[in-house]
Ligand binder design. Sequence first.
Ligand code: SF4
Length: 147
Amino acid sequence: MKTLILRGHHILCSRLFSGHGYNDQFAVRMGEVVARTGLKNYKPPVSYELAEQVKLICSNDYVCSKCPNLIENQTESRCDLGDDDVKEKDRKTLKYAELKENNIYTLEEIAEGVEKITEEQFNEICGTCRWFKAGLCSYEKLRNGGK
Ligand code: SF4
């Protein structure tokens, strides 16, 4: 797949990924996305084809499909951790990065968008996340390419 479909806030998560996830499958999938987007210097145990572009959405994406918190059946598809909160993260990320839902961007354009996000905006987007509270994600790390 050359076009990755990612929900808005995952362009931040992929930059800050440190190997942690809701379970092993989720962590492996996020590692794949990180490797394919090159948003962070990360070497996964296997090599993946680099994505050429990313379509941004505000709903469940390629990463969510491996998440144990995804509730998906014939009548609904939502995040059990709080669907509205997660979608709000997506919308804020896209707004502050000056990117638009349902548009397709090059990896360079995505990286440029991430650069536009201020510390205050990042804290507003990520402040409620468990990985932020655990100290695994921070604005400083975002600016340092996830290190
Ligand atoms: S704090 Fe949470 S939402 Fe924000 S980048 Fe880290 S994992 Fe993603």
